[in-house]
Structures are given as structure tokens and as C-alpha cells.
Design a protein around this ligand. Structure first.
Ligand code: A3P
Length: 734
């Protein structure tokens, strides 16, 4: 860092007591005995080290537990060490040189991670001479953040883990559990409870597969049933068939009912309202039949999946709630149906041990407050890799960390998960066509053209800017195909805002026709999208490439049109109060008046809403249309829209729309008849001009918003509409 920036950063850190975590370069040859500027701390790079040890007296340690020496080479090829003789520096991790002759044999222990107490320059630091290849540095990174922030960046040490053993009766003969495997599982469960209070294997069953192994394996099934009350149980589908492949709802219900009868017959304790579907099918992408059947047959309230929003990257897995079922994120642990024997484990025993000892499994427990691991029947027969994995992982965690592992039943797990992450409750739907796994689990993929059914254009509104006229004109184009009208929401689909979103994307796509060729361009208009804060993120998640059109007219004119619209719909507040009384209502005014005021004023804060859209979409995907031009010269406007959409063919709209004297607006030309078809009486109303008092009030009200809009338009290279130029040309008084 150059000295100027460095000085600013140091000043900032000193003034606000902000600590620094830094990772030193490890490979550079040249840095031997180099002093870190003005610190009295020297570094030596490019060293091979072994036998790392945590300093038990280091106050940095919080998750990390000092005690054992990590025998053997320190992971990562080479490292950097710190040499110091000032009381400001204290070792956090030390290690020995791998070649004793290093430094002429002077140092037996070298400092690999150092704490700087800040006595030199008032800045507290933790400096790492090792990188993320060494698993301990990930633990120490969390500890350093917690230490330097005085605990503000620290999460509780509790870690909930649950191990699902899926398909407990599903598996070909030769890989199933035998009676002594069941006993080993019970013994392991007891041992695990010493390290993980409450630990109980959670067994998932498909009743149809009972007794489908060899004689000894069938005896294993019986042993499991005999020990049923020692475990937790959760249902699958009776025949292990994937829910998205069922033809209808009653078929799923029937399968679940058979499994339920099986559970009753064998006294399986299915008490936590938890279920899992084969291969995540129906859980995500969501299949409403599965969720409805779960609720109907079992009253299921929680499930888990690895697929939301995607399998990878694992750290981004999340939960959500759909139809009252809480979907928890699930983790992988390197055990799959085919991982049966240690010598056949991909990468050999070392690979599994690495996962446990600081690798994937350890990191999963470290980074997630709650982890649900999925394993299978086959991991508990033969080499019993499931037992080995979890016992070893629990031991490793308790040896190297102060994390408090615990198991809670799935219903309590779900309670805690969504208490901790309430913002995850609302799902954000992705496009299954962009994830091969999702596509293979999606019921709608039966329709080979389903991926062409997503809209490529959204008209966002806002309301009363001419959005219906634009929607109608777009629909006259031969390759632009509109969504079907929704009977519930004034013809608009209104999917991305409000509760419709919770119906899922299958519901949404059913509003779109199946295109009969590739050039078809589907579109939708919901004028409520523009000013809803949640919509841009949701749209981006589902339709990242979609083109967006928003129409801007003077926000005051928009507000007035909305007011007139409400009067025409006999809204009592609009009939009782003048427009001025509405827009100037205060927060002490009655509720219905405040609500009307907000609907009049809020959408017109254009810049604030557009900023949210621009957080998710580049300006090139957004067309801002001049509403006045749409009214006065729609032929020209439609030319621009077609260019923006790059749609073919480019159509001359002067043949499709013309000015209708009677209506006072442009209307659709009815081919061959010489007549026009105009929008209904609710569009293009005749009303008194706005009262002067209201007009002055709104000039002042929108002034600052309009200034922001002007800046935004300039910043994004968009044209400034004439109404805005005019609004900004005279600064309102008072
Ligand atoms: P008014 O009825 O207040 O004049 P929206 O469809 O977004 O609700 O917008 C309605 C507004 O569209 C109307 O508001 C009208 O001014 C405007 N508009 C623009 N072009 C139109 C057209 N060709 N026919 C009817 N209204 C049109």
C-alpha cells in the first residue's frame, strides 16, 4: 500500500479502534529478515514447517482450543514466520522448521500467526504467515475477527448437527445392514452422545423395501425395527418414487398413506413432522402436490434439501418456507449410497480423514450454526463409514475447538434456524433451466419447450403512466406474445410482488403460452412492480437477462391520475377529500387517508425505486420511456421499444395504431374495418385540471426526488424528459 493510503488507513484504525487481520505472502523468496515497515517485526518467507501448536495463553483463541500439537507438516507448501523481540507481539500459533538446520539451528519454535497488541502504533492486529490451505487458519480468522472487534463479530459457539440416515430399507442385497451393524449403530450413538448431547440417528424409511435383502440383511431390518424406539424416524415415499414424476395428487397421497400405515404397523416414532423426498424431488424446485400431500397425510412442517438455491457453492445454501413447510439447508459429508468400503473411498482413506480433520466436514460444522448431514443405509453396513465419520468428526471438533455440538429434533432445529435467519423465510425462486439438477427434478420440464416460457420483457409501470396502452401496443406486434390475463388482479399477473410470488414459478409460467417458434418474445406487464422494493431482487434471480421498461411522467400528474382513478372506483377517502387534502395529509391523519396519500405519492419517488432496480440490473437492460411521448407519439415510441428489444421484424406502428378524435388518444386500428379499438373508459379519463394549491405542494414535495432522478439519468446515460427539465427549471419557494 502506498504511504498516503497507508497513513489514512492507520489513522482510521487508531481513531475507531479497528483491528487489522492480514495474511502475509508466503512464497516470495526474497523476504528473509525483512522488517515490516516501522514495526520491529521481521518476516521470513518460503519456509516449510511442521508440528503446529496453539499458544494456550493467547487471548485471540475463542473457537480454537489449545492443547495438542498438530503433528506432521503444516498444510500448505510453504509459510512465513515472524521474528520479534518486542512485548507488543505474542505468538498465536508456533511451528518447528521442517529442516532443523534452518536459521543455523537457532530457532526450535517459530511464530506462524502473531498477535500485535498495538503497543507500537496503537493498532491491534493479527498477522498470518499461513493461508486458507491450513484449516486452522480458517478457525483463527473467525477468532481474530471476534477478538479484534471485541466480540461484536462473534457468533455463539453452539453448533447443532443432525444426521439423517436416508433410505434405511432401500438398497440392493449386499450393501444392507445386518443385525451386528444395527448393534454397532446403537453403540456408536451412545458414544456420540458423550460428545454431542442428544445425538440420535434420524432414520428415513420407504416401507415397500422392507425385507428385500438376503436372509441376514432381512434380520438386520428386523433388528432396526426392534430398536425402533432408540431412533427418530421420518417418512419418505412408500416406493422411493420421485414426487415430480407422479401423474397426479392422489397418487402421491396414496403412496404416503401406505408408508404411514407401515409406520403404524411397526410402531415407528414419526414425531417431528419432518420428511425428505427422494433425490430432493419436489422439495426444490417446489412441487405443490408434494407439499400439499405432506400436509394432508403427515402434517409435515419441516424438510431439508441441498438444492436451494443451488447445490454449489455449499456456503450459500439457505432455507425457506413454502406452504407452511420449513425447508432447511442440508449439507453433504462425502458419504453417498456408493461409499461403502474405505478402500474404495474416492481418494482413499486419507481423503476421508482429510475431510474430517479440518476439511469439508469440519468446515461445515465450523461455518454453519446448524448442519443436517445426509447419509444412507449403505454407509452403516459393511465398513460402517457413517459411524467412523461422525465419531471421528465429533472427536476432532472437541479436540481442536470449544464448539458445543448438540443434536435437537428437526422441529426444534427448524424453530431455531428461522429464529436465527428470519430473513430467509421468504423464498427467492431461481430458474430451473439454469441448473441441470433442478431441471431434472422439475415437473414442468415434461414440457420440452418450458425453458422458452419465461418472459423476456417486463413492463414495470408505475401505475397510471400509460402502462396499459404500452401493453396493448406491444401485443399488436406479431412476435411479441403477452401473458394471459389473471382474473384476480385486474388482468395483470402481479407475480413478483405480494403473495402470488409464494405460489412458485409453476404458477407464474402457466400464465404464458407455449411459444410455437424461437423468435417469439414473451412479455408481461404489472404496473405494481416498479415501486415494490422486493421485486428487483426477485426478478433478477429468476430472469437475470430480462429487458425492463418503466414509463415516467411527471410524478404530480401520476399522483393526480391515481387519485382520479380511486374516485372513479368510489374509494371513500378519495370521494371525501380533495386532492390537496390527500397529498398534504400528515401521519396524524386517518388511516384510509394516509393510505391513499401513500399510493398517490410513493411511486413517484422515481429515483429511489430506480436505484433498487439498478442495484440488480445494468442500465442497458432498462428502458425508461417518456409517458407523454407514449401518449402523443406512440408510433415513434414503439419504434424505440422494438430497437431496444431487438425484436424481429421491426413493425411500422403507423399501420397498427392511430389517433382517435373521440377518445383523444391513440387506439388500435381494426384491420379492414376502418374502425379503431380504444382502451376502456378507465384509461384516458376526463377530469378537472389539478388545483393550484396541490400543484404547488407537489412541486415542493418532489423537488429533491426529481434532482436525484436527474442525476441518475445523467449517470446512466439516459435522456432527461421534458417534464423533468421543466420541474427543475423553477425552484419551488417556501
Ligand atoms: P388518465 O386516465 O388519468 O388520463 P395506466 O394504464 O398505467 O393505468 O395509465 C393510464 C393512463 O394512461 C391514462 O391516465 C392516460 O393518460 C394514459 N394513456 C397513455 N396512452 C393512452 C392511450 N392510448 N389510451 C388511453 N390512455 C392512455
Amino acid at each position: 500500500m502506498d504511504s498516503w493510503n497507508r497513513a489514512i488507513m492507520d489513522k482510521y484504525c487508531k481513531e475507531y479502534d479497528v483491528g487489522i487481520v492480514a495474511f502475509m505472502p508466503t512464497q516470495e523468496d526474497s523476504l528473509h529478515g525483512a522488517e515490516l515497515t516501522g514495526s520491529g517485526l521481521r518476516i521470513h518467507t518460503n519456509l516449510a514447517l511442521q508440528d503446529a501448536e496453539l499458544n494456550p495463553d493467547s487471548p485471540v483463541l475463542r473457537i480454537a482450543r489449545a492443547g495438542e500439537t498438530l503433528r506432521g507438516p503444516v498444510p500448505g507448501d510453504v509459510h512465513t514466520v515472524f521474528v520479534h523481540n518486542h512485548s507488543s507481539y505474542r505468538p498465536v500459533v508456533t511451528a518447528s522448521p521442517r529442516h532443523p538446520e534452518m536459521f543455523g539451528g537457532r530457532y526450535r519454535r517459530l511464530t506462524l500467526v502473531v498477535q500485535d497488541c498495538g503497543y507500537h502504533d496503537g493498532i491491534r492486529r493479527v498477522l498470518f504467515g499461513t493461508g486458507p490451505d491450513f484449516w486452522l487458519s480458517r478457525v483463527l480468522l473467525l477468532d481474530s475477527m471476534s477478538y479484534l472487534s471485541h466480540g461484536q463479530l462473534a457468533h455463539p459457539l453452539d453448533r447443532l448437527i443432525m444426521v439423517d440416515v436416508d433410505d434405511i430399507f432401500v438398497g440392493r442385497s449386499g450393501i444392507r445392514m445386518k443385525p451386528d451393524d444395527v448393534q454397532a449403530m446403537l453403540d456408536s450413538q451412545s458414544r456420540l452422545r458423550q460428545l454431542v448431547p442428544g445425538f440420535t440417528f434420524n432414520l428415513g424409511f420407504c416401507g415397500k423395501m422392507l425385507h428385500t435383502g438376503s436372509e441376514e440383511e432381512n434380520a438386520g431390518d428386523d433388528a432396526l425395527l426392534a430398536a425402533a424406539d432408540q431412533f427418530w424416524w421420518f417418512p419418505h415415499i412408500w416406493s422411493h418414487k420421485q414426487p415430480h414424476t407422479f401423474g397426479n395428487f392422489s397418487e402421491i397421497v396414496h403412496q404416503m398413506t401406505l408408508n404411514k400405515q407401515f409406520a403404524e404397523e411397526h410402531h415407528l416414532q414419526v414425531q417431528h413432522q419432518y420428511a425428505v423426498a427422494p433425490h430432493h424431488s419436489g422439495v426444490y424446485p417446489v412441487n405443490n402436490r408434494l407439499y400439499d400431500a405432506w400436509r394432508e397425510v403427515w402434517d409435515i412442517r419441516q424438510t431439508s434439501t441441498e438444492e436451494y438455491p443451488h447445490l454449489y457453492p455449499a456456503v450459500q445454501r439457505r432455507g425457506f418456507v413454502y406452504k407452511g413447510v420449513r425447508v432447511l439447508p442440508r449439507q453433504t459429508c462425502g458419504l453417498f449410497t456408493h461409499t461403502i468400503f474405505i478402500d474404495k473411498y474416492p481418494g482413499g482413506r486419507q481423503a476421508l480423514d482429510d475431510k474430517i480433520q479440518g476439511g469439508e466436514i469440519f468446515q461445515t460444522m465450523l461455518n454453519n450454526p446448524m448442519s443436517i448431514f445426509m447419509t444412507h443405509l449403505s454407509n452403516y453396513g459393511n465398513d460402517r463409514l457413517g459411524l467412523y465419520t461422525f465419531e471421528s468428526a465429533a472427536r476432532f471438533v472437541s479436540c481442536w475447538t470449544h464448539l458445543r455440538l448438540r443434536t435437537e429434533p428437526p422441529d426444534r432445529l427448524a424453530d431455531q434456524y428461522f429464529q436465527r435467519f428470519p430473513e430467509q423465510r421468504d423464498p427467492v425462486w431461481g430458474n430451473p433451466c439454469r441448473d441441470r439438477r433442478h431441471l431434472s427434478l422439475w415437473r414442468m420440464a415434461e414440457d420440452a419447450a418450458v425453458c422458452q416460457r419465461f418472459p423476456r420483457l417486463l413492463v414495470l409501470g408505475p401505475q397510471k403512466t400509460g402502462s396499459t396502452a404500452l401493453f396493448t401496443f406491444l401485443g399488436l406486434h406479431p412476435t411479441l406474445l403477452a401473458s394471459r390475463p389473471s382474473p384476480d388482479t385486474f388482468e395483470e399477473v402481479q407475480f413478483f410482488n405480494g403473495n402470488n410470488y409464494l405460489n412458485g414459478i409453476d404458477w407464474y409460467l402457466n400464465f404464458f403460452p407455449v411459444p410455437n417458434n424461437d423468435s417469439v418474445y414473451l412479455f408481461e406487464k404489472s404496473a405494481t412492480y416498479f415501486d415494490s422494493d422486493v421485486v428487483p431482487k426477485r426478478v433478477h434471480f429468476l430472469l437475470p437477462d430480462v429487458k425492463l421498461v418503466a414509463i415516467l411522467i411527471s410524478p404530480a400528474a401520476r399522483a393526480y391520475s391515481w387519485y382520479q382513478h380511486q374516485r372513479a372506483h368510489q374509494l371513500s377517502a378519495a370521494l371525501r377529500y380533495s386532492f390537496y387534502e390527500v397529498v398534504s395529509a400528515t401521519n396524524q391523519s386517518e388511516r384510509s387517508l394516509r393510505q391513499l396519500r401513500n399510493r398517490c405519492l410513493e411511486p413517484g419517488k422515481y429515483a429511489s425505486h430506480l436505484e433498487i432496480w439498478l442495484r440488480h440490473f445494468p442500465p442497458s437492460q432498462l428502458l425508461l420511456m417518456e409517458g407523454d411521448q407514449l401518449k402523443d407519439d406512440p408510433v415513434q415510441v414503439m419504434q424505440k421499444v422494438q430497437e431496444f428489444l431487438q425484436v424481429v421484424p421491426i413493425v411500422d406502428y403507423s399501420r397498427l395504431i392511430e389517433y382517435d378524435e373521440e377518445k383523444g388518444f391513440y387506439c388500435q386500428v381494426l384491420a379492414g374495418s376502418g374502425h379503431t379499438k380504444c382502451l376502456g373508459s378507465g384509461k384516458g379519463r376526463h377530469y378537472e385540471p389539478m388545483e393550484e394549491q396541490a400543484s404547488q405542494f407537489l412541486k415542493r414535495f418532489y423537488f429533491s426526488h426529481n434532482i436525484k432522478l436527474n442525476k441518475l439519468l445523467k449517470r446512466t446515460g439516459k435522456a432527461v424528459p421534458p417534464w423533468l427539465v421543466q420541474e427543475l427549471s423553477n425552484v419551488p419557494g417556501g
